[in-house]
Design a protein. Structure first.
Length: 212
């Protein structure tokens, strides 16, 4: 390993426009009969999923992310014990929307299908790897320029690269502020205004040079 060396760090960045949106929606139901609750909840979820598919979203981009049936407890002052006073059924579905022009329509139409909770919309890049080369080249060019300047100021010469590594950051997702209603809140059917924003993808590099 060379006895004389310098190590420099640099960051390269490229800004890309998101090409997918990620969102989630939930159907939350309450009742005393858990079996009937599951049946009713499933019907609403099926209607919501069918609607999403009608907007051009493929089956592979729709998945059930959580399914929960929980008892609700109340306290009996006479017996001094807790008892089950009903059940809450929550089923959450995650969706990846590739046609960004469809996002507003999907969000606006879900409440009519029995959906009573909609998560924040995230805009991001589906395949960030294809954008990495530009950020990577930018980072290594900056590192080389920095090393050259340091060598000139200190009256030494760069001989060769002896070691380097990189780390990646991003893409930084853009979160839209839209949220739907929750259980017990009235939701209206409307197409919200959606802004896709931009996403930054970064590469950090560290390069070690032999000097003389």
């Amino acid at each position: 390993y060379p006895s004389r060396s310098i190590t420099v760090s640099a960051e390269g960045k490229t800004t890309v426009s998101p090409d997918i949106a990620k969102l989630s929606f939930s159907v939350i139901s309450e009742g005393s009969n858990p079996n009937q609750l599951e049946i009713n909840n499933a019907k609403k979820v099926t209607a919501a999923v069918d609607y999403v598919k009608s907007q051009g979203v493929d089956d592979k981009d729709i998945r059930t992310s959580s399914y929960d049936l929980s008892p609700k407890y109340s306290y009996n002052d006479t017996t001094k014990k807790n008892y089950i006073d009903g059940y809450t059924m929550t089923q959450t579905t995650s969706v990846k929307v590739r046609d960004l022009n469809k996002v507003a329509d999907i969000l606006g139409g879900l409440s009519d299908k029995g959906v009573n909770q909609i998560g924040s919309v995230t805009f991001t890049v589906d395949d960030p790897d294809k954008y990495l080369d530009q950020a990577r080249a930018d980072a290594f060019n900056k590192a080389a320029a920095k090393a050259k300047l340091m060598a000139e100021v200190n009256n030494v010469k760069i001989v060769r690269v002896t070691n380097f590594y990189e780390s990646q950051g991003g893409p930084t997702p853009y979160y839209d502020a839209y949220k739907g209603g929750a259980l017990g809140m009235e939701t209206a059917s409307f197409a919200p205004s959606i802004s896709t924003g931009s996403s930054d993808l970064t590469v950090q590099v560290s390069v070690t040079y032999e000097i003389k």
